[in-house]
Design a binder for this molecule. Sequence first.
Ligand code: HAM
Length: 414
Amino acid sequence: MITRVRGTEDVLDLRLYNFMLDQIKHHLTVYNFHQIDTPILEHTDLFVRAVGTETDIVSKEMYVFQTASGESLCLRPEGTSSIIRAYVENSVEQAPWKVFIHGPMFRHERPQKGRWRQFNQMSIEVINTPSIEQDVHFLKMLDTLFCDVLKLENSVLKLNFLGCSEDRKAHREALVAFLETIKDSICAQCLVRKDKNTLRIFDCKNEECKKQYHQAPKITDHLCATCAQEWQQLQTLLNVLSVSYVLDPTLVRGLDYYNKTVFEFVSRDLGSQDAFCGGGRYCLGKEMDAKTDLPSIGVGFGMGRMLMLVEKNLNKLTLPQEAALHIIIPFAAEQKQLALLLAHELQANGLCVDVLLEEASISNMMKRANKMGAKFALIIGPDEQQEGTVSIKNMLKGETTVVKQIEAAKFLKA
Ligand code: HAM
């Protein structure tokens, strides 16, 4: 048997997923975001430039292949780079440009609960705005989405501020000096990161390293006057808007493009992959050959992880009622034509109807209709065919009523 590729999923019921997606899209519309789409296939260089060669995504997780003409293409591992590319390539003039994409992303990670190699992600961005107040508006939008719309419990917003490049330079020097003092007791990966991509030592999962990094210099202690003021303003306005958060000085995120605000929403309901949402501020204008920096803020969340959380809190949501199903049962081949005509008539009236066209005994067909959850079974035998009627059985009460075929829709709607 050919099985599905490791780390991918067959989804056999999308009802809850689509309900959740509709709620999210509606919420985003309320905040004046609109949906766009970008290709799944992109030039590998896009992510090399934007996400960074030292990141796990680019160094080991991308699905890259060479085309016959020698181009290096990849399956997109994230949406932000593509959205910025689209903004620049299509010369979009709107600023800020508030958009989102929803679709599959691909990362060759070790699959486990909540982590797939192909997963659907929502990437939401406010492009081309330097205003720190946009970050507040954005975080409020996410906070209400998770708490009020999707009614998630136990979701916590972790917040940090990475400053500008000058701040990170000053912090990096202090951090390298600190790491020098403990270099004999940190792991090999952190030793490499110390020289190559120092901030990312905070992503280390090794408990020994993590414990020592509690004493490490904090980036927020190295902010220039402008960044310090923005960091303060961000916290003040979040308090004003009643957005709860916890400060996490070790939060740096696994992609290289962030500056200033960075955040993650985590939930203890998820187990080890507890982050279900992450994002922050970034400037990718230069990497995309734009004329300006394009300061922006955005977020990505995996729809699979979100679904796991929504499933835990299902009792708090009001799911839409499914339409009642009615099943037409023709006795034999001679009644099938009439059954199809009646089905069409009822469906044109907006009723949810199916026809049993695989010949079986009447009792077997009644059992099937019951199993399918039919509210009414509409039986057409030779007598009904002759008289222009249909016998409608209420599957719950067991009562049967004979009505004229032309009045069946009215009867079912009543
Ligand atoms: P990220 O943290 O790499 O950020 O991913 C964002 C979210 O995508 C994660 O919090 C998680 O919910 C989901 N995710 C990531 N990898 C997987 C996986 N293998 N399986 C299932 N879900 C996964 C970004 O992608 C940035 N582009 C976010 C962003 C947007 N920053 C600014 N704008």
